[in-house]
Design a protein. Sequence first.
Lengths: 796, 152, 290
Amino acid sequence: MDTITTVGTRGRVGEATPRIDGEPKVTGAFAYASDLHREGMLFGATLRSQVAYARIHSVDTSGAAATPGVVAVMLGSDVPGKNRFGLNFFDQPVLAEDVVRYSGEPIAILAASTPGIARQAIGRIAVELEELPGVYDMEKALAPDAPRLHEFGNVLRHVHIVHGEPDTAEADVWVDGYYETAMQDQAALGPEAGLAVPAEDGGVDLYVATQWLHVDREQIAPCLGLPEDKVRLHLAGVGGAFGSREDIHMQIHACMLALRTGRPVKFSYGREESFHGHVHRHPSRIWMRHGANRDGRLVTLDVRLMFDGGAYASSSPAVVGNAASMAAGPYEIPNVRIEGTVVYTNNPPCGAMRGFGAPQVCFAHEAQMDKLARALSLDPVELRLRNAVSTGSVLPTGQVVTGAAPVRELIERCVAIPLPEPEPDRGRDLMHYPGGAGNVTHGEGIRRGVGLAVGYKNVAFSEGFDDSATARVTLARTPDGPEAEIHTAAVEMGQGLYTFLTQVVRTELEIDRVELHAIDTLIGGAGSTSASRQSTMAGGAVQMACAAVREALYGRARARTASVPPGAELALGDGWVTCDGAPLVELGDLLDEPVSCEAVYHHRPTGNLDENGQGDIHVSFAFAAERAVVEVDEDLGLVRVLQVAAAIDVGRVLNPLGLTGQIEGATAQGLGLGLMEEVQLRDGVISNPSFTDYLIPTILDMPPVVSVAVEDPEPGAPYGLKGIGESPTIVATAAVVAALRDATGRELNRAPVTPDELVGLRGPATTSGPPPIPEVPGQKSVPFYFGMSSGQQKIM
Amino acid sequence: MRVSLTVNGVDRVVDGVEEHESLLHLLREHLDLFGTKNACEQGECGSCSVYLDGVLVCSCLVAAGQAEGGTVTTVEGLSDDGILDPVQQAFIEAGAVQCGFCTPGFVLAAHDLLRHVPDPDDAQIREALSGNLCRCTGYQKIIDAVHRAAGR
Amino acid sequence: MSYLRPTSWAEALAARAEYPEAVVVAGGTDVMVEINFGRLHPSALLDLSRVGELRALGREDGHVRVGSGVTYQSIMRDLPGELPGLAAAARTVGSPPIRNRGTIGGNLGSASPAGDCHPPLLACGAEVEIASVHTSRTTPVADFFVGPKRSVLGPDELIAAVWVPAATGPQTFSKVGSRNAMVIAICSFALALHPDVGRVGTGIGSAGPVPLRARAAEQFLEGHLGETGAWESRPRLGDAVVDEFARLVAGAAQPIDDVRGSADYRRHALGVVARRSLMWCWDEFRGGRP
């Protein structure tokens, strides 16, 4: 465990800095979206379909409307603008009118004077539905006779990547594998919530917990039939996100009801509705065939992967692009063919979750690496070291890794972390056995296993997106000295971004007092807080704005003092402008008027995939290696993880306190997918939408994470940083399941692994072979070729 | 119905409480005490933990009427005029807070543990906090925070 | 909706008689979940949390009388010596705040097949004391449950207490769950040896429509131990005996597939924990003999 450095420093970049929102969060004063309240506000509720695929014949709202306390009931026909939204494509109705395509899809909304009345009135809306034969299996969605869920069919995107000569490559050893991962829920502790307040100008102010204010607004305004400047978004406290808040949930509904009633309207989902109200991690099926030379050099790889996108597009096209382009893992393979498909089904929509397509392929390629090592009688660590990418390596897309890629160092430092101390087989405290207080073993059946996984993730948005970030920094004089204010639209959702942004200002302007302006759409966009990008992007923007502030101060200093010789170097230090190291003028004396500068940070441009799937599509990469040590009760199939050792490619440590917290938390989510987390579906209906039945790791399931931060600065990134929010999640699932394979000798090709599988009552997931490759017009999403407008592209 | 109770040292009389409402609702919707969080309403996550008559409970599972005449302490009642409880201070210093939604519940549960076991070991901390879910931290820093608070 | 708040047992029974449709709430750990999720819309709540009598523990004729309002926390703290199986089960319930509130009477009243107290109560041969304004009766726990979430409790009746014979031999409780804390049992098993009367008690949870006894397993083991004089000589148990016991326990289950686990796994796991439980209890009974 990295030890905690004493806090109370000045909090510059690289120093352990306690989070700036720590105190309100520990006292309960921090206002999350669900805590918002206004005098006279109404409470919203949503009627959702309970079946997955059906034609809507009629909706009778009279019973609800007649309920005392109900102020408004609205249907799809009441949407003031267009009844369509979506992150990548506007393919999703705000309220279903003719057809529902997934269980949980909103059909009607209402506003009432109390939450209880709202909930009761929802039960009085009568909907007449005719169930339709649906598609619940991603492979069946490809069948010619499958019901077509959208006008352009069921294929949302197919990505085709060919590199080298995969059809003719020869190898000494071949390894085949088939892998599945389940649908995972982000399970942020704070359910979806927000408050819409009608404004005097006919517009609306929306206070909401989201990951990306501007893309929300871009989807909300057209549905409300309002110009964007009349839809103002303000960030409310975010109770975790992990991808689940990148899509619209209650935003448009609340605004519609607020505009209709002229009163503030709050939506606050409960846990069950939260499961229906946001997108999930895509279930995957992956077929892989690796060929290697006898000396352990990878020669060729053939991948067929399928993701279940569910009923609507969300960010699925980008997810499958990521999964396909990174399916080979962080290894050099000269000949590669990757065919990746994401389809529409009548399952709940899937979209962004921490890792964004990479955890699924990492689960597969790392299992393959272990299989290959066995086939070659080679140490699995050695096999990975021999094939690891490094700066200059060429990826399957033809993209050359230009940034830092310390993969070999990560592997070596990860496996060098000492294994946990052996514990006696008998006589331990119950809590130290698999099953814990359940008292199911006193040492019987315990087998230990160790597993390693290496993976990587693209940083920032790919495939041509210019997801820039804007920041304004204003330096003013106060009675307590010069104080800077940061204004961005960048969302903090727990990871520590705001604290980091204040560290940037302290570092760049050599001052102590930094405040954050409220986060809203009154400034340019900052892009999404996702994709491991926001420290780079918002951090870069704040750094640039500070540089502009600094230049402005130097200009004022020069104008004020005649004594600055031409060519002299000005700098900032301790509240002074210095000239060649000597104090020149105090900052306060330059701030009769505040200095305020805005800057926009862009990452380097990326391209698209050509017809062979070649292209410089990613900005940069963050790598990770984790090793899990588990104990399995081989008779009961219960598991205790003893330790996770992590070596993470961080570029540069920005805040040690926040860094290890991110590594540990990201690891926990990967561990959850490996051991217990699965959104279970029956005919498209979620059968476990609660924390009683959807299990996430408790404090008794999480082992100590012993982590090493490997610093290899990323060229061109602010401070050489790399986002690290995702890479530990990606490798944790693969590492934990590898350790289970090591302990049991079983194939375990599906995550999460269940007790049945660990004891051999259920065999590995089976396949009759990869499905056919669908015919598509090109590498982009299919709706694009049908002329559907794209969400995010417009604001890039 | 009317419910009279003492919350964070203040006597409160609340009218208009519906019989099926939980103590959690009473605190949040009637008394505007939003520090106690609603994350599952099933007793699975511990985010709504409060003291009721000195006993740590999930307020979502207590009928509001059961708190009649009772004494409730919420997270807001742990700090006194800006002076943080040592547990709260330790959570900040140890980096045990990320999104913070689970934090009030963890702070209460850790506070309760330290009342009964002043210097707990890791196993005791894990068992005592096993009713609180955190999705951000992976729990290690929370364990660190409890150790840190135990020293004060 | 009415909220009934009796402060004595007599008042509680009277309220029950007057409002037979009222939903009884004690710790609230089951009832409030149903209400919060909108699955239960009671016309009245009968709150037993102020009835002090129900929180009492008593001893009589080698039995512990556990008031229906006794919490899991109290069972863990106050009864590990007398009722070790029940105390072990209480420790596996939910989490500390749940154990602070949840009561044994509520566990029985909810009559979930997964209730953690049920297997040890079955294994111990406990009896449920049931009362109405008119009568009082006791019924063996084995006859108390009649279906999933259904019991013999009449509309005017309340659970007063549970009478549990104090342990005269080793007892154990095992709960199989797919997480290491805060989990509903995939299946559970309790075993109690009663050497004073030459009896063996079992209880199976979460593997049938009601909590079950493995009667064939009990009879087999009682027969073997009695016929071989093992209660006195305390020899090692042969593998064949342990295996047969485990087989009979697994065979007594009537499991289904659900979100928590498969029927096959439940049967398998019951065999494993039955075998281990017997080994632990018998080893304890032998008291370190070679």
